[in-house]
Design a binder for this molecule. Structure first.
Ligand SMILES: [Mg+2]
Length: 364
């Protein structure tokens, strides 16, 4: 008979969470956040919550199916034995391919199990994993998309600063590089010299364009230039990092710690941006962060602030949690930003409470 933290069921719910305004990046437009919500329950009544997403309903339907499949394998396992469960799930997807949606499926279950582990220990996850800090600086990433005109951009940037953010991220990667530069100038002038500014090109450029743009953007004191080139072009990142003046950030599109190791060994980035759902959940995210620490590299979590801010709280080399409120509508306990920081709080696990009515409303 199941007892203690034995997993008794894994439920996956397909949600489509609408956006007020579609997002426009150099990679693709995004009308809604189609999400696979995962709830893992144990015999002693704990419930761990995590989610992942993909762009396109067919792809999320595949993700839901994969999580259901791996969820069947997880039933009967001990939720707090996260390494054992991770090894079991990773082995199960080996033949189909460990990266892509399989990584996201493993990640959701693993992350939900860390939620349970924290609850069972009576500790918030950021303290369970090391407790380096209980407030994490956050940068506004919810605006400044490519479809805004310069005046719109300037007004939006000022509004974000007015909400208390001390750092903002804008997108670049338009067909006309002069327009990219003019837009960065408009935002820098709008926010003044004291607010940190990140620019994300979403893999739009090649090496030569990156070097040229870094030169043209040098006067705007960027905190980092993010993912300027295709994420797999490690040689190009290794060439660009020492050649440009501003810090270089990449890693959000890479899978598992081994792909980040390839960047770290080549010193191909100044900031490494592990994504919780591409890393394989908390278990592998923390390994990636520790590995980067050994290389003297800082990590900055990609998305998933509700979970990842705890990991940034635990890892000494973590900086700047990305603030992206896409999943705030499904929570009764929205993330609070105080003085530009996310306060992590003391509730056991990740301290998340789902809004049952919102989940019902957005369910497909
Ligand atoms: Mg990015």
């Amino acid at each position: 008979m199941a007892s203690g933290t034995t997993i008794t069921d894994v439920t996956t719910t397909f949600l489509s969470i609408p956006l007020e305004r579609p997002l426009v990046t150099a990679a693709f437009p995004i009308p809604a956040i189609d999400t696979a919500l995962v709830q893992v329950r144990t015999a002693d009544g704990h419930e761990g919550v995590a989610w992942s997403f993909a762009f396109g309903r067919g792809r999320v339907a595949s993700l839901v199916r994969l999580i259901d499949d791996l969820g069947e394998l997880a039933v009967g396992a001990d939720a707090v034995a996260t390494e054992a469960l991770w090894a079991r799930l990773s082995k199960a997807v080996e033949f189909a391919g460990r990266r892509g949606l399989a990584a996201a499926a493993i990640s959701t279950i693993d992350t939900a199990c860390w939620d349970i582990t924290g609850q069972a220990a009576g500790l918030p996850v950021h303290r369970l994993l090391g407790g380096f800090r209980d407030r994490v600086e956050t940068y506004a990433s919810q605006g400044l998309w490519l479809d805004r005109g310069r005046d719109d951009l300037a007004a939006e940037a000022q509004s974000l600063v007015g909400q208390g953010f001390r750092a903002v991220k804008m997108r670049a990667g338009l067909p006309d590089p002069a327009e990219d530069v003019a837009r960065v100038r408009a935002v820098r002038e709008a926010i003044g010299p004291d607010v940190a500014l990140m620019v994300d090109a979403n893999q739009a450029w090649d090496l030569k364009q990156t070097l040229r743009m870094a030169r043209d953007l040098a006067e705007f004191d960027l905190f980092w230039l993010e993912e300027p080139m295709p994420h797999g072009h490690v040689d190009d990142y290794a060439a660009a990092a020492p050649a440009i003046e501003m810090p270089l950030c990449t890693g959000e599109s890479n899978y598992y710690a081994d792909e980040l190791l390839a960047l770290a060994r080549r010193r191909a980035a100044d900031y490494v941006m592990p994504d919780l759902m591409r890393m394989g959940g908390v278990t592998e995210w923390m390994k990636a962060a520790r590995m980067c620490e050994v290389f003297g590299l800082r990590v900055t979590p990609h998305l998933f602030m509700e979970h990842s801010a705890h990991l940034a709280g635990a890892a000494p080399n973590a900086v700047w949690q990305e603030y992206q409120p896409w999943w705030q509508p499904i929570l009764e306990t929205p993330v609070q930003v105080v003085d530009g920081c996310i306060a992590l709080g003391d509730e056991p696990g990740f301290g998340l409470r789902l809004s049952a009515s919102a989940v019902a409303e957005y369910r497909l």
